[in-house]
Design a protein around this ligand. Structure first.
Ligand SMILES: Cc1ncc(COP(=O)(O)O)c(C=O)c1O
Length: 952
């Protein structure tokens, strides 16, 4: 080893699991001499790139941290009074340290496997309870992508409910003009494909008639005014339409909640509950509705059910509405959402409790009142009589005030050249109040020394008719963890219930649960990144701008494309944005009829769901027996739809884990028939440095930065789903002149872009390619070990797989009555999270080890599966009972194992400690099999009443 060069390999060697010696052993097991030889047999030669990526040499961790510190200091931290849905907040240190920065929370997967996810399921239930209580609406989901998309989801839900038939009778949606501008932008984008007419106007003047299916108002609105919408809501209902109120959780502690004003739905952002600004995200959007919308509400709902032993057990409810089952008929394409941020907001609420929130809201409102009075008394006209934390004044010269404010390192919002909006938040102090007033001082003479702060002053800014009278957050969870010691322990208790990457590998095919390195994550907590408002002037965001430009360039190089948008905040939003760019391209050429999207049957459910959202018609094409796209059928469909073909959505390597040989031919067929190729980049982990979507011939792709590029999954988000496009589509990326916006913020979940940036910078060209090679090597090693026991579905021409492979468990159903789910649950007894279950083929598991796992961990997992295989064999040969066996009863909780009574046909030790390592290190599932049907029939999506916990 050349020690003078070793620094550039330092991170690579930490990120990639197997060392040199292990690599030889892995290769030997699969029968190859070198990684190069394995690649030659796995990646079709005609798609293999000859040139290296144009990514600079890797930086060491230390070098990178020094570099990013310098870049961070280019961002300027001003006091922000901009508001518009983004507010200063104090992230309680106990939450910052124990959730935001804790791999026990941020490396978890979406809680599909309920038995090893009860911790975050509880926090998400707390989130739902908090939203439901504050909005006074009974039905809530566990977070959406941001406020603007939540508003758009409400619009589409209403649209679908009112226009069930083909003939659209109610094409119009009303939006009050005083709504956050970014919400209006996203609503317009989402309305266009459905030809929904968005009518923007004054809610006091508009006549809602039967041509409207719904309406949206902001409460408090974007100039801060707290309006009484009761009469408006009644009028909308009288016309047979629905109302969504976009609202603010902190304000709702003081003002009458939407549910009590007659709203059907309330949406908003939970950002100001302890989630940093981060230049626009990630933040959790929320969505609450009346009970009538139970089957139609978008996103994930956490519900209460019972386990096989009658214990309370949480799990994700009403799954049958979701895209992975309903595909193009799904209620939304939301897959990755913002779980980690929802958890943080819920924890913020638990920590502060109702009294704490009330005190914060009261202080903010009082400070706002003082500012309002001071400024108004000096002759400025206040435009909002009733307000909470935001006030707007008429001014003569916005430029002048802006210049003075910026000189004093303050940012305000200027809705027009003749108005200024000032938004306060929980970080505002007395001296901030004086500073704000003194900006106006420079225009009109104000003596700030005369300002007094009287704690006893009545709040006069909210009229009696709109003051909140109903109690909220009465549940014990919000009233018992207010000291740091208690909070820390509560967080730990929950964390301990959840299996994360801190315990073992999570071999979820298609999800790429690789290392989320500490050095990649540390800068996300730095104030120079997380205190930046998304609407701050560009002169204050040079650090972010630098990273964004560089990252866009790097991603373009990696994908072989010309332009990139970092705006989509999930893979599925990327799909939507990419398809829109295709549609807008054709529209620019007057080819409006091109709206058919071909999607192979093996595609992820978000593909068809996103295509429908983009206004496309989905035509499903077949796969052959090897799992490859049936090229004949594809050709047939492409030719049949030649005149209306918009394109194809294809995942590569395929969702079956194979580098399909025919991919170039597939792209050609689509192009020959006038369409464009959308490549789903979820499997980019097997492409980087070896080939690329651009090189293969696609026109656009999305990347899941939360898979290939190391952003942690956070228990179901955050994510980033940037799209990269060729020259042709570059003009149609989202966000140019605020057109085609798919997220509220221009750069979506901007602060976590830092993670992917660090990943690329610290791996460099060589490390990125090596990561891909090891992802493929590790998968082939596991396949080689497991194929002696299990049938492996689908491999490439030469018998190798890409970065993942599918294990067929269907034969065991006939031979032993064992289903894929039994194996998934039994894996928990061995301390593992199940691989991806029944996608893309029902009755199978899909294993993706990633490059980050070393041989010992790969072996531990293989040994567990092989041991399960032996357990199945003993059922087959009659040694174990067909019903009462370790698989059918899995997982086994500590309660079950230690119960005085044991009536099973197998031993306790076999149930809990089937392999020796478990005696040293055992992860206990906290509940046993969960009864899904019971939970769906008796939907409870908030914390149950206190009485239900009482032991009778
Ligand atoms: C193949 C594929 N496409 C799309 C998606 C959707 O990505 P996201 O969850 O980021 O919305 C996934 C997610 O698992 C996937 O596996």
């Amino acid at each position: 080893m050349n020690i003078l060069e070793s620094q550039s390999k330092e991170f690579r060697n930490r990120h990639i699991g197997p060392g040199e010696k292990e690599t030889k052993q892995l290769l030997k097991t699969i029968g190859f001499d070198s990684i190069e030889a394995l690649m030659d047999k796995t990646v079709p030669p005609h798609i293999r790139m000859q040139e290296a990526l144009n990514v600079p040499v890797a930086m060491s961790e230390n070098e990178y941290l020094r570099h990013i510190k310098t870049v961070s200091l280019k961002n300027k931290i001003f006091s922000n009074y901009i508001g518009q849905g983004y507010y200063g907040t104090i992230v309680p240190s106990v939450i910052l340290g124990n959730v935001f920065e804790s791999p026990g929370w941020f490396t978890q997967y979406t809680p599909y496997q309920a038995q090893i996810s009860q911790g975050r399921l509880e926090t998400l239930l707390n989130f739902q309870t908090m939203v439901s209580d504050l909005t006074a609406l009974p039905l809530t989901n566990a977070s959406l992508l941001d406020e603007a998309t939540a508003a758009a989801e409400a619009m589409l839900m209403f649209y679908n409910m009112k226009n069930r038939q083909d003939a659209v009778e109610r094409p119009k949606f009303f939006v009050d003009a005083q709504t956050f501008p970014q919400t209006i932008d996203v609503i317009k984008t989402r309305a266009t494909p459905f030809k929904i007419e968005v009518v923007i106007g004054d809610y006091k003047a508009i006549q809602i008639d039967e041509t409207f299916f719904g309406a949206l108002v902001q409460y408090p609105n974007n100039i801060g005014s707290v309006e009484d919408y009761r009469a408006f809501n009644d009028a909308v209902h009288s016309a047979g339409a629905y109302v969504v109120m976009a609202t603010d959780l902190l304000a709702l502690t003081l003002i009458t909640p939407p549910g009590e004003l007659g709203a059907d739905v309330a949406v908003g952002s939970a950002q100001r509950f302890g989630v940093p600004l981060g230049f626009g995200g990630p933040h959790a959007g929320f969505f609450a509705a009346k009970d009538d919308f139970k089957r139609n509400i978008p996103g994930r709902i956490i519900g209460v059910s019972v386990d096989a032993n009658g214990n309370r057990a949480l799990r994700m409810a009403l799954q049958t509405r979701e895209q992975h089952i309903k595909r193009e008929k799904a209620t939304s394409n939301i897959c990755t959402a913002q779980a980690l941020l929802a958890n943080m907001a819920a924890m913020y609420t638990v920590y502060h409790g109702p009294d704490g929130l009330n005190a914060i809201a009261h202080r903010v409102a009082l400070f706002t009142q003082i500012v309002a009075e001071q400024i108004r008394d000096r002759g400025f006209e206040l435009l909002s009589e009733n307000y909470f934390d935001t006030i707007t004044f008429k001014i003569n010269d916005a430029e002048k005030l802006k210049e003075i404010a910026e000189r004093h390192e303050m940012n305000f919002y200027f809705p027009s050249e003749r108005s200024i909006t000032v938004s306060l938040d929980e970080t505002t102090t007395r001296s901030d109040v004086l500073n704000i007033v003194s900006v106006f001082n420079s225009v009109k003479d104000i003596d700030t020394t005369a300002i007094t702060f009287d704690n006893e002053t009545d709040l006069e800014n909210i009229p009696g008719s709109l003051q909140r009278t109903s109690a909220f957050l009465l549940h014990p969870v919000f009233n018992q963890y207010h000291s740091e010691t208690e909070m820390k322990r509560y967080l730990k208790i929950l964390e301990n219930k959840d299996l994360s990457l801190t315990h073992s590998m999570i071999a979820l095919g298609s999800c790429t649960m690789k290392l989320n390195a500490a050095a990649e994550l540390i800068p996300v907590s730095w104030t120079h990144f997380n205190k930046i408002h998304p609407f701050a002037p560009a002169t204050q965001t040079e650090g972010y701008n630098y990273i964004i430009k560089d990252l866009e360039k790097l991603l373009c190089d990696i994908t072989g494309f010309a332009a990139c948008s970092l705006q989509p905040n999930s893979g599925a939003q990327g799909e939507f944005a990419g398809l829109l760019s295709i549609k807008r391209y054709f529209e620019s050429k007057n080819e409006f009829r091109r709206n058919v999207i071909l999607i192979p049957i093996s595609a992820h459910g978000t593909n068809p769901a996103s295509a429908v959202m983009a206004g496309c018609k989905v035509v499903v094409t077949k796969c052959d027996e090897q799992g490859n796209i049936d090229i004949e059928d594809l050709k047939l469909q492409a030719e049949k739809n030649k005149d209306s073909l918009a394109g194809l959505m294809v995942t590569y390597p395929s969702t079956h884990g194979v580098f399909e040989e025919g991919i170039k031919e597939i792209c050609k067929i689509i192009h020959d028939n006038g369409g464009l190729v959308y490549m789903d980049g979820a499997n980019m982990n097997a492409q980087v440095g070896l080939t690329s979507p651009g090189y293969i011939g696609a026109d656009v792709c999305h990347l899941n930065l939360h898979k290939t590029f190391a952003i942690p999954h956070g228990g179901g988000g955050p994510g980033v789903g940037p799209i990269c496009v060729n020259e042709k589509l570059a003009p149609f990326l989202p966000g140019k002149n605020n057109e085609g916006m798919v997220s509220a913020a221009q750069y979506g979940s901007a602060s976590i872009l830092l993670i992917s940036y660090a990943y690329i910078k610290m791996l460099g060209e060589n490390g990125l390619k090596k990561a891909t090679e090891y992802a493929i090597l590790n998968a082939n090693y596991m396949k080689a070990r497991l194929k002696k026991y299990f049938k492996i579905l689908f491999t490439g021409k030469e018998g190798t797989c890409a970065h993942e492979f599918i294990v067929d468990l269907r034969p065991f159903k006939t031979s032993a009555g064992i289903e894929a789910e039994d194996v998934a649950k039994r894996l928990m007894d061995y301390g593992f999270h199940a691989p991806t279950l029944s996608f893309p083929v029902a009755g199978t598991i899909m294993i993706e080890p990633t490059e980050s796992e070393n041989k010992a961990e790969l072996d531990r997992f293989c040994n567990a599966l092989i041991s399960i295989y032996e357990e199945i064999k003993s059922i087959e040969n009659g040694e174990a009972d067909k019903e009462d066996n370790v698989l059918k009863n899995a997982p086994h909780t500590i309660k079950i194992i230690t119960a005085d009574e044991w009536n099973h046909a197998y031993s306790r030790s076999h149930a809990a400690f089937p392999l020796p390592y478990l005696k040293e290190n055992k992860f206990w599932p906290s509940v046993s099999r969960v009864n899904n049907t019971y939970g769906d029939r008796n939907l409870v999506c908030t914390c149950e009443p206190v009485e239900s916990y009482m032991v009778v």
